[in-house]
Ligand binder design. Structure first.
Ligand code: CMP
Length: 144
């Protein structure tokens, strides 16, 4: 079954450059409902755990350093076919390759500082939502 929820995150570059509000407006205009949201600064250990799947990649150290460098905004988004719809909305990892009108084309700086995160599968969406949101806050999603 294709899920209706995905996990999104505004990364430290987007938050520190004052683009959080514009990106949130873009998200809502693009047809996603924001069902849970919190701003948090990840510790190094939390960033390592969140990106554990990338631990063997050459850019892992840089990624962990960057993702724990300042606050992020974590979001649970809802839309039909949410994972795919959100990945389409954010565009390619490298903003230089992202399609016109996508969030990374509009707001990202570089492949590393690429403004937003999106889950790549329903399984990871569920894992990532659970990583950031306590059960109490997820009651909102459940009651939809
Ligand atoms: P995302 O797809 O959200 O999750 C993995 C992240 O690793 C990716 O976004 C990029 O921000 C980052 N990443 C991927 N490739 C590179 C790279 N070559 N150098 C630095 N960061 C990268």
């Amino acid at each position: 079954m294709v899920g209706t929820q995905t996990f999104a995150m505004l990364k430290p570059d987007a938050v520190s450059s004052g683009k959080a509000g514009a990106i949130l407006a873009h998200i809502e205009k693009s047809g996603f409902a924001i069902r849970a949201m919190r701003m948090v600064r990840l510790t190094r250990a939390e960033a390592e755990a969140f990106y554990a799947v990338h631990a063997a990649r050459p850019f892992y150290g840089e990624l962990v350093e960057f993702m724990s460098s300042g606050p992020v905004v974590a979001l649970a988004l809802e839309a039909p076919n949410a994972v795919l719809a959100w990945r389409d909305a954010i565009g390619a990892t490298d903003p230089a390759e992202a399609a016109e009108g996508t969030i990374r084309k509009l707001f990202a700086e570089s492949k590393g500082k690429n403004a937003v995160h999106g889950s790549d599968s329903d399984e990871n969406a569920a894992r990532e939502i659970a990583f950031f949101f306590p059960e109490r806050e997820l009651a909102l999603l459940a009651s939809a």
